[in-house]
Write a protein of this length. Sequence first.
Lengths: 129, 93
Amino acid sequence: MILGRVVGTVWATRKDRRLSRSKLLLVRPYFYYNPSHEAEQLVAVDCVDAGVGDDVVVCIGAPARWSLGGVNYPVDAAVLGVVDRCQLSREAFGHRRHGDTAAARPLSFIGGEQPRRLEWIGRAAGAER
Amino acid sequence: MIRGTVVGQVWATRKSRGLAGHRLLLIAAGGDRVVVGVDTLDARVGQEVLVSWGSGARNVLKAGPHNRDLLCDAAVSLVVDGRTGTGGDRGGD
């Protein structure tokens, strides 16, 4: 699953019959989630009545398809939860330094935008006190 | 499965039926990747875990052929106690 923010909705009159009752949301991920990740936004079917501006968790791929209708269902992403709050370890984020290897480099948000209702826990790496 | 490190947690009161009662963790999975995984093993921030990925993940929550309605593509299947070999600090494939 991935964490993202709902940035819009998509509607269409001409679409697959099986999607006639589905609400489609435009979701912008906060993090990269696979090595070939390039899309800035993805479209997901709404299962929990999420709205624009909500932070959501999105299930991707075959499980979304199976859950909504079966192996032939024309869906590959579904919103499964609306996020109330989230916590992140400060240690894993922090400032990037020149020469960090890919494995040790601190994490960052795509576009620098952070989830709402975010709490930081722990102390930043390198903060000696 | 992918190896990763727990870096946070997400709370969602409104969520898909089958996931009620389970925690959702934010897991760094190598490079810049961060994914959300369902946790049944009470993993803590900073711990190294293995995450089942894709269609196999729902078997962690509920085994058997009647789990196809579960909306879950990542689940913590193992909390690592120790390992040998070198690799990224935060995991990877």
